[in-house]
Design a protein. Structure first.
Length: 926
């Protein structure tokens, strides 16, 4: 009996909201690193800003790097330094440059300067001379930074020689903050050298000299008393601070959005929606949670800013700053669309500019950092001095509040019209339809094709329907649908269910080198996933849906659970249509889904998963915990209930997904490969759980395990290429579509005359039995071993079997037979036979046939992808099974398969069966 769901309406909405808030809280606590960074990243950014501020203020106070000097040291007879010692000098450079070339007396003076330079003579290669002062000046202008200084010599008369001194007097500071004084370093050494050699020349005494000592005045360190205020206003407030405040506010935004996107990509939200989650509860929970996180982050930003004594936080009102950061972060949490530039006139641009959250945030910061003075509550509406459009703090607050609601509504709207993880979206005008608000009519999810017979869809392919049971099922459902009378024992009725994915065009560009790239256009043809399915699924039964990958099994389940819309037709689940939004809402209260891939949060435990989905399902609060514990015990996870799902093995995750599907005692259960990854013991236990779950509900199972389908199913349907190929019980399918009967003959061991200690099988008995089968029913063994023989007996021999096995039983002693076992062929052989037949049928219908010409001249029509091809008309006494070739395939430039070659013609091996390999029979070309 189904468990009564006690919560509905607003109480269920609030219960789901609380459950999602708890989920978000647990995920944040489990991912401590991300949560810590989201809340406390401001400590790092503001601390870094504080350090930069201190360094910049110190550098501004000491712009020249000149510190305090109490006892200056003497510099005696300084020499002309090498030009390389000057900061930022070009290479090659010159130590000594002069003009006056051509005057013998001046040349003699220059030679003395070069030879008598204290400490080191100056090499001629480091000297450059000019004839006139104008030539020298032109060179200095045309090629600067080649020399620290230059001398202009002029001989006035026999007793007067004058000179002019040219040096670069700019003060350079080279990292690390070492000042260069051009007066002491270059100008005075040149002046002393020129004066000394001129005096020697005039006196006629080459030994004449004097000692000259230089000493700077004692002085305090050079500081700028207004440096701190200048740095704060023009460097920090105008440039650095806004960048850091923006980074602080945006750091948590990455974590917030990534969590929402991750849930969508991993189909976690889809799983919750299928279990009955309200969209309103989902968005409300995120609104509350992001509001809390934005408030905590903003509060910490302001507190850390005050702790570091930053100008913005000390200057302005605490609540004003807190509100600004809070509104900005709340805006960014729901800014899910990109801002694109709009080419309108300026008056419109200013308005559109304000819709992007960083812009009003930046504008408000500029006002708070302005030099006009602090802003308090009484001055919120006042404009800045330099604000031409009168934008006040209050104006930006209004924009941030308005844009928050704008982004929230836009996020919900885009969430509906953009494709979800299943590629489904609503039309852009969905909110204009009355059915969206009332839930009535045939409006729900719609793609580019009609739903539920509201239009036309491509007709089904004209395939030959081979199975009478499928035709009978279709006629029965059609009759019930026509009369509007549904059997009360039917849980699900599929009425011409059709799903086609329309053609898609995608572009991708790739770079092939640094300066060029290439783009590729990929067109996907329309794909018919499900083609006109008519089916009744009864209560208290398990219906197993089999088929190869791509057959349409998962698509059928997705249509029935409302994940994707149907293109045509309808499906009724306990009387509720999948084409109605109200119907889907009611259906999700009745179903449980174990999807093909586990949709779990790695950070939540198994028990927390079950409690979350039980809350979403609407169970009463008093029964949630007990129901979770019961299901954990049923799927053998009670010992690891407290462990995180991320630490579970693959089989444990599948068991947890099965437990989630059973939450709320659903009337209809969808199990999409539920035992994948389980060990044999656990698989057997889960089979017993599924078997017990049949009572009172209908179960739809998909699996690739033929053993599982054989044991659990009451009815089996096999799909291939989107169509239901056969339906019935396991025994019926084996008898109708199997290769026939399996006879396994076991032989007795007899004493060996050569060695009495050993037993062996008489090979003569093998040959006698093989000859008996060959003569009576024309069958050869499929498998052969020392102790047994296995024969496949076709259905057409069934009339001969009664007398045949009676005679064989009478001759058991003669043939040395120990045991005779007779049974039907396996379900796996039926499955492979149906799948292969469908492949060939579709290949023939779509004309996916390639010609193959053999050396003998025979041309065959080979289905694309076939590996082994039997050659018709080659059966002979020597080759009782005929001849075959192995076909080699390769892809052409367009990605299509084509034949690249084939092997020699060889006999078909006895153990190669069409039902177990890719052996196909090719058709001769007409």
């Amino acid at each position: 009996m189904a468990m009564e769901l006690q919560q509905s309406g607003f109480s269920l909405f609030w219960q789901q909201t609380i459950a999602l808030l708890k989920k978000n809280f647990l995920l944040s606590m489990r991912n401590k690193t991300a949560t810590f960074l989201q809340l406390f990243s401001s400590l790092f950014f503001l601390g870094l800003l504080f350090g930069i501020q201190k360094v910049m203020v110190f550098r501004a106070k000491h712009p020249s790097g000149i510190g305090e000097v109490n006892d200056p040291q003497d510099v005696v007879n300084p020499s002309i330094p090498s030009c390389e010692h000057k900061f930022f000098m070009k290479r090659p450079c010159y130590d000594f440059v002069w003009s006056g070339n051509g005057n013998k007396r001046i040349e003699s003076i220059v030679d003395g300067i070069l030879a008598n330079n204290p400490g080191r003579p100056i090499h001629p290669s480091k000297v450059k001379s000019f004839g006139t002062k104008a030539d020298l000046n032109n060179w200095l202008v045309s090629d600067p930074m080649r020399t620290p200084g230059a001398l202009h010599f002029v001989e006035r008369n026999a007793t007067v020689i004058s000179y002019g001194l040219v040096t670069n007097t700019s003060t350079y500071i080279k990292v690390p903050r070492v000042p260069e004084d051009p007066t002491f370093k270059f100008q005075l050494p040149l002046q002393l050298a020129a004066s000394r050699e001129i005096a020697r020349s005039l006196l006629g005494d080459s030994k004449f000299s004097w000692n000259v000592g230089l000493k700077e005045f004692a002085h305090p360190a050079m500081e700028d008393p207004e440096a701190e205020d200048s740095v704060q206003k023009f460097a920090l407030d105008a440039f650095l601070s806004p960048i850091f405040f923006y980074a602080v506010s945006m750091f948590g935004f990455v974590f917030q959005i990534s969590t929402m996107v991750l849930e969508k990509e991993l189909k976690l939200r889809q799983a919750m929606t299928v279990m009955g989650l309200f969209d309103s509860a989902y968005w409300c929970s995120w609104l509350i949670w992001e509001g809390i996180m934005a408030f905590l982050s903003s509060l910490l930003i302001v507190l850390f800013g005050m702790m570091f004594q930053l100008h913005l936080f000390l200057k302005n009102n605490f609540l004003i700053i807190l509100l600004l950061f809070f509104l900005f972060q709340l805006n960014m949490a729901f800014s899910v669309v990109l801002y694109s530039d709009t080419r309108h006139k300026t008056s419109y641009r200013r308005t559109i500019w304000s819709f992007f959250p960083p812009n009003p945030f930046s504008g408000a910061l500029n006002l708070l950092l302005a030099k006009d003075g602090p802003i308090s509550w009484s001055s919120l509406s006042l404009c800045g001095v330099d604000n031409n459009y009168c934008y006040s703090i209050l104006h930006y607050y209004r924009w941030l509040i308005a844009t928050f609601f704008l982004w929230l509504v836009l996020a919900i709207y885009l969430d509906n019209i953009l494709p979800n993880s299943a590629g489904v979206r609503k039309p852009f005008y969905y909110f204009l339809r009355p059915g969206y608000w009332t839930g009535r009519g045939e409006e729900n999810f719609k793609e580019n094709a009609p739903c539920c017979g509201s239009g036309s869809a491509p007709p089904n392919a004209s395939f030959t329907q081979d199975d009478e049971e499928v035709l009978d099922e279709e006629n029965r459902v059609k009759q019930q649908a026509k009369e509007g009378n549904i059997d009360p024992n039917v849980a699900v009725q599929l009425q011409d269910l059709y799903k086609m994915y329309s053609r898609t065009i995608s572009f991708s560009c790739h770079s092939c080198c640094l300066l060029c790239c290439y783009c590729r256009c990929k067109i996907k043809k329309p794909f018919k996933a499900v083609q006109g399915l008519w089916l009744n699924l009864e209560k208290n039964q398990l219906f197993c849906l089999l088929g190869p990958n791509g057959a349409g099994k998962t698509t059928v389940i997705s249509c029935l659970t409302g994940i994707i819309p149907v293109t045509r037709g309808n499906a009724l689940i306990y009387g509720n249509s999948v084409c109605s939004s109200v119907g889907i809402s009611n259906i999700r209260k009745l179903i449980g889904v174990c999807s093909q891939f586990d949709t779990l949060w790695d950070a939540l435990s198994g028990q927390e998963h079950l409690e979350l989905f039980a809350t979403i399902k609407g169970l009463s609060r008093t029964s949630i915990r007990s129901e979770a514990k019961k299901l954990l015990a049923d799927v053998k996870l009670d010992d690891v209930a407290k462990l995180r799902a991320g630490s579970y093995s693959g089989g444990m995750k599948r068991r947890l997904s099965l437990g989630i599907a059973l939450i709320g005692d659903p009337k209809l259960l969808f199990l999409d490969e539920p035992t994948t990854g389980m060990d044999p013991i656990t698989r057997r236990h889960i089979w017993s759980v599924i078997e017990a779950a049949k009572q009172g509900r209908s179960i739809v199972l998909t699996t690739h395990s033929m053993e599982e389908a054989d044991i659990l199913s009451d009815r089996i349907g096999i799909m291939a290429k989107g169509r239901l190929r056969c339906i019935g019980t396991s025994t019926l399918l084996k008898s109708r579509f199997g290769a026939g009967f399996i006879a396994k003959i076991s032989f007795s061991k007899v004493a060996n005359d050569v060695n009495a200690m050993e037993n062996s099988i008489d090979s003569k008995n093998h040959e006698a039995v093989k000859e008996f089968f060959k003569q009576r029913i024309d069958v050869t063994p499929k498998e052969e071993d020392k102790s047994f023989l296995t024969f496949i007996i076709p259905h057409e021999k069934e009339k001969l079997l009664e007398n045949f096995f009676a005679e064989l039983d009478n001759r058991k002693t003669e043939f040395g037979i120990l045991n005779i076992q007779i049974g039907l062929t396996t379900l796996e052989e039926v499955f492979l036979s149906i799948a292969k037949k469908a492949e060939l049928e579709v290949a023939a219908f779509e004309e996916t046939i390639k010609p193959l010409t053999l050396p003998s001249g025979t041309t065959l029509q080979v289905p694309v992808g076939s590996k082994y091809v039997e050659i018709p008309g080659t059966i002979s006494t020597e080759n009782p099974r005929g001849l075959m070739v192995e076909v080699y395939w390769e892809q052409d430039d367009h990605g299509n398969l084509c034949i690249s070659g084939h092997s020699d013609e060889t006999p078909v091996p006895p153990n190669l069966q069409m039902s177990t390999t890719s052996l196909v029979i090719a058709r001769p070309r007409a």
